[in-house]
Design a protein around this ligand. Structure first.
Ligand code: NAD
Length: 359
């Protein structure tokens, strides 16, 4: 008989709300505990998930006897490292939303703590649970596309979501958006490692309002010469298409290709009141009555199952650390207008942290 789990969710906004709902619906969860600083949101979530504990003080969750795991979904992103560190030090398994940390030494410390404690530590790279991305990766692993030589991913979100993110933290489009796509590309290209990065920022409508670029483009070269091209944009108009996000992916191998249309144009909801809407186009997905459209629910239940059955988590935190090093290199490359070789030296890491985008 599998032991049921006691799980905490810290920060129950958009993503944390989905995580809490997924836990509340899952038979492996005995008690759900939440921490949320926004009193209105806390009441809303309490009504939805009926938690055993509801508090504004996240530290008190870590003191709950028999707590097995926490999911950390708070913002701003400066909260991720201290919360994850405290949770791992308390001996808890951790699912942490990206970014893993803000500095590489913080990420290293968290990975080290998890390893020493024998704890599951995974990062919310939800797109690995998107069936389209899973199919693409399988096509690499089963050999049908031959030797994968180029992965191209272009992703745009609307400027309303771009502003929500940009108003809370000055992280680049690579760090906040392309991070999913770099992770996906490297997942397909494993065990190849990135060796070189070149990136440029496209400045536009977000320059004045947020001090941030509209888009970031990057080219990453792997150690066998395979290439990843990623474009992350956060400036599409607030209304109309794409509503939330739109993505196009190309995998080109020596024997075949996979083209993924994740542009969310397949459902059009047109009403007199709101005009044309493109629903179900968010990256984490959403509940639709009795089902879930998108990857985040499965990502959450996968983590619960990994903890309960002591099996491997899909996203190894070391993968997130590598992605972080690459987007830091991309920010530095754009700032210096130079190609940046990997791994980053400690001087380059410090320079990336002060690249012009971060003011
Ligand atoms: N995997 C994905 O597809 C995906 C999508 C969006 C966001 N994210 C990541 O998830 C994280 C959360 O994003 P979001 O859009 O859900 O943010 P959000 O702002 O909607 O939610 C964050 C919540 O944390 C709460 N909070 C802040 N400080 C807290 C504290 N000290 N203790 C407890 N609660 C606290 C806030 O009140 C808010 O309700 C971000 O870091 C982001 O990078 C991932």
């Amino acid at each position: 008989m599998v032991k049921q789990l006691n799980v905490g969710v810290i920060g129950t906004g958009w993503c944390g709300g989905i995580r809490a709902m997924a836990c509340a619906r899952h038979a492996l969860v005995e008690h759900l505990h939440i921490a949320e600083t926004n009193p209105l949101r806390r009441v809303e979530i309490e009504q939805m998930v009926k938690p055993a504990t509801s508090t504004e003080a996240w530290e008190t969750l870590l003191e709950i006897e028999d707590l097995d795991a926490v999911m950390i979904s708070a913002t701003p992103e400066t909260t991720h490292y201290p919360m994850a560190k405290a949770a791992l030090e308390a001996g808890l398994h951790v699912l942490l939303e990206k970014p893993i940390a803000l500095a590489l030494e913080e990420a290293d410390e968290l990975i080290d703590l998890a390893n020493k404690g024998g704890l599951k530590f995974t990062i919310g790279y939800s797109q690995r649970f998107n069936p389209k991305q899973s199919f693409a990766r399988r096509s690499v692993r089963d050999g049908s596309v031959g030797d994968l030589r180029h992965v191209l991913i272009t992703r745009h979100v609307g400027r309303r979501l771009g502003a929500k993110i940009g108003n809370r933290i000055k992280l680049s489009p690579a760090a906040m958006e392309a991070t999913h796509d770099i992770d996906f590309a490297f997942w397909c290209l494993k065990p190849r490692r990135p060796v070189r990065v070149y990136s440029q920022m496209a400045w536009g409508v977000r320059h004045q309002s947020l001090g941030l670029p509209d888009s970031q483009v990057m080219i990453v070269t792997m150690d066998d010469g395979a290439v990843v091209t990623a474009n992350a944009g956060m400036a599409l108009p607030a209304s109309g298409y794409p509503n939330a996000s739109t993505t196009w992916i190309e995998l080109v191998g020596t024997e075949g290709t996979v083209m993924i249309d994740d542009t969310h144009k397949e459902i059009l909801h047109n009403t007199s009141e709101s005009g044309m809407q493109f629903p179900l186009s968010t990256m984490p997905g959403e509940y639709v009555e009795s089902t879930y459209a998108g990857p985040m629910e499965r990502e959450t239940t996968h983590f619960l199952e990994a903890v309960a059955h002591d099996t491997e988590v899909m996203v190894d935190a070391r993968d997130a650390r590598l992605v972080m090093e690459v987007y830091m290199a991309a920010d530095l490359s754009a700032d210096l207008n130079e190609v940046v070789e990997l791994p980053l030296s400690s001087d380059q890491q410090a320079l990336s942290l002060t690249a012009s985008i971060k003011g």
